[in-house]
Design a protein around this ligand. Structure first.
Ligand code: NAD
Ligand code: TYD
Length: 351
């Protein structure tokens, strides 16, 4: 029975969607302790209504997972019976420019949480680690990533996530820590920071700005609506085999250029765009990302067959919902894109 869950990175894109789902829609009846250091990607506004709505069932703690003593202290103070670990530096382009932050947050941070869990092993029923399909490297034209696919990460981001996956597995094998790991494909949906492809293209297209396509635009990603990722994580936490890894994917492979064209066409159809040239005219091919993985595609048969999980959203319905969300949240967008956003966080949390 998980009743007291420590969630890390709950103010980010997927973490905030997960907490909202867990408290509001799932059958979880306990308390969430959200531990987040509020980096540029962490925004407490993503969970604005949650405290009012759920009262004592939601606790926010501003803390850095790289602070080992603090993590241990939080386990003493809040006695979590489970951990769901989202906190990470998550953007590949940033990892190419500044890999050091990724080593700290993704590797050292995960190590600290594992140590805190090991020190409190009697109380920790499960440590669930959120990871990515990028740890498997790049596919050719054929084939899918399976759970047993050897790791071959190519970016500092994916290498740091691969390293953290190995540590989590090792804590199970060595210390018997009950763990599960999920390796998920590219997510999209509400609250995604507009540096990732889909929200960046939506916002630039609305503002008549260039839509940058790296290289030839034919790199392939496998897209999953964020809420489908959230249901997968909760399914794995509840019924996944301890020590097991599960691939999570939407079965929706698409070349980057097709994603961008789909968004352009949806925006062209908006009444506000009447009389304007097609958004496709904004597409601009730019220099390729160094070490750019060509294709990701994931086989999630194990999760579907063993645990009965299925994604609910089609790409078409998911992208329409996502576009509608960004169109309805202009003040959120303004804030996260402006310096005022970090000031706002400082005011709220006296950082
Ligand atoms: P995000 O960048 O939107 O959010 C990350 C959150 O972690 C932020 O709230 C940030 O403040 C927090 N954080 C970062 N460093 C921290 C630290 N040292 N201490 C405490 N908090 C810290 O990321 P996301 O897209 O929501 O991704 C969440 C997790 O899911 C990551 O582990 C990522 O690797 C994984 N993942 C993401 C995707 C995707 O498509 N976005 C796909 C598969 C897996
Ligand atoms: P991104 O959203 O950064 O996710 P990831 O690198 O983790 O897959 O990028 C998705 C794909 O889109 C990836 O192949 C890189 C490409 N891309 C662009 O072509 N232009 C952009 O401006 C961005 C941010 C990404």
């Amino acid at each position: 029975m998980m009743e007291n869950m420590l969630v890390t990175g709950g103010c980010g894109f997927i973490g905030s969607n997960f907490i909202r789902y867990l408290l509001g829609e799932s059958d979880f009846e306990g308390r969430v302790i959200n531990v987040d250091s509020l980096t540029y990607a962490g925004n407490p506004e993503n969970l604005k209504e949650i405290k009012e709505k759920f009262g004592d069932r939601y606790v926010f703690v501003k803390a850095d997972i790289c602070d080992r003593e603090r993590m241990d202290g939080l386990f003493d103070e809040y006695h979590p019976d489970s951990v769901c670990h989202f906190a990470a530096e998550s953007h590949v382009d940033r990892s190419i420019v500044s890999p050091g932050a990724f080593i700290q947050a993704n590797i050292v941070g995960t190590f600290n949480l594992l140590e805190a869990s090991r020190n409190h092993q009697a109380q920790v029923e499960l440590f669930h680690h959120i990871s990515t399909d990028e740890v498997f490297g790049s596919l050719g034209k054929e084939g899918l990533f399976m759970e047993a696919t050897p790791y071959q990460p190519n970016s500092p981001y994916s290498a740091s996530k691969a390293s953290s996956d190995h540590l989590v597995r090792a804590y199970h094998e060595t210390y018997g820590l009950p763990i599960t790991i999920s390796n998920c494909s590219n997510n999209y949906g509400p609250y995604q920071f507009p540096e990732k492809l889909i929200p960046l293209v939506i916002l630039n297209a609305m503002e008549d700005k260039p839509l940058p396509i790296y290289g030839d635009g034919l790199n392939v990603r496998d897209w999953l609506y964020v809420l489908d990722h959230c249901t997968a994580v909760w399914t794995i936490m509840k019924s996944g085999g301890r020590g097991e890894t599960y691939n999570v994917g939407g079965n929706h492979e698409m070349e980057n250029i097709r994603i961008v064209e789909t968004i352009c066409d949806l925006i062209d159809d908006l009444p506000a765009m009447k009389g304007k040239p097609s958004r496709r005219t904004l597409i601009t091919y730019v220099k390729d990302r160094p070490g750019h993985d060509r294709r990701y595609a994931i086989d999630s048969t194990k999760l579907q067959r063993d645990l009965g999980w299925m994604p609910e959203e089609s790409f078409q319905s998911g992208i329409e919902k996502t576009l509608a969300w960004y169109l309805e949240h202009s003040s959120w967008i303004e804030r996260v894109r402006s310096g005022a956003y970090q000031d706002w966080i400082r005011e709220q949390y006296e950082v």
